[in-house]
Design a protein around this ligand. Structure first.
Ligand code: ZN
Length: 265
């Protein structure tokens, strides 16, 4: 229960739209130049190594079980929508994306549509949660694909596993665990910004592979940027994520260097 309480607080993670290059290049210089970021580019790799060496190992089954528990909690707190055209779109986009995952870890991806004005999407153990507020904000299926691809990235890239490992290390080893977990907590709130951009890249790659217009991730983040600061709905979300302008720039750069796509301004 304790884990789930923490999870619900830390897993809010938004974001998260041919031909495939032989090797994807992930260039993070776009965020390292962002003066508004704190701790960008440091902490994540080091902390991941520490968790790998000293942290409590987390199995795929444990991740899935924690996702199940999160679903139980969400069902108690929120109304889930299971019928109608919008959930059908979400099912379709997720289906297309999960079919193009390279070397999948083995998650059985499912989507849950939450009645909420909050602009949010988050994930745990292959379960992806998406709010009606987020659906309304998205203008196209391509934008939805970029967000869902981002959330798939958190699972496939091991970010959820690292978060669970951090929490369980803290619980199991007390002070000793704090050495690794405390460091992570300090630098990673909730996923570090480099991880967020890594998931943006992952989502773009999936979206391109599934035939979506990934350039639309840029317009999505530009609209986010316009909203930023003008409404409280984005406050909690924005405080833990890279600046929207950085994410738009990172996306543009990623599509250019990997797919030679010149996205419109
Ligand atoms: Zn995220």
């Amino acid at each position: 229960m304790k884990i789930i309480t923490i999870l619900s607080a830390i897993l809010f993670s938004f974001v998260s739209c041919s031909q495939q290059p032989k090797k994807i290049v992930n260039d993070f210089s776009c965020i390292e130049e962002d003066p508004s970021g704190i701790g960008i580019g440091i902490g994540s790799d080091l902390e991941s190594q520490l968790l790998g060496q000293f942290g409590k190992p987390i199995s795929l089954k444990e991740e899935i079980t924690d996702g199940d528990s999160l679903l139980v909690k969400i069902k108690k707190e929120s109304k889930l929508i299971s019928t109608g055209p919008e959930i059908q779109v979400l099912y379709k986009v997720l289906w297309k994306l999960k079919n193009v995952i390279k070397s999948p870890k083995g998650f059985d991806y499912k989507i849950y549509y939450i009645q909420s004005d909050e602009l949010n999407s988050f994930t745990c153990g292959g379960k992806i949660f998406f709010t009606t507020g987020m659906y309304k904000f998205c203008k196209t299926e391509d934008e939805i694909a970029c967000i869902l691809g981002h959330e798939i990235g958190h699972n496939e890239l091991g970010h959820i596993r690292d978060n669970l490992s951090r929490i369980k290390t803290m619980e199991d080893f007390g002070d000793a665990g704090m050495i690794t977990a405390g460091l992570g907590k300090l630098l990673i709130t909730p996923f570090n910004q480099k991880n967020e951009v890594a998931c943006d890249f992952y989502g773009l790659d999936l979206a391109v592979a599934a035939g979506y217009d990934a350039c639309q991730n840029i317009s999505l983040w530009k609209r986010m940027q316009e909203k930023q600061g003008s409404t409280s709905i984005l406050e909690s979300f924005m405080s833990t994520h890279p600046a929207s302008s950085s994410r738009a720039n990172c996306s543009r750069n990623h599509l250019d260097i990997n797919y030679q796509l010149s996205c419109p301004n």
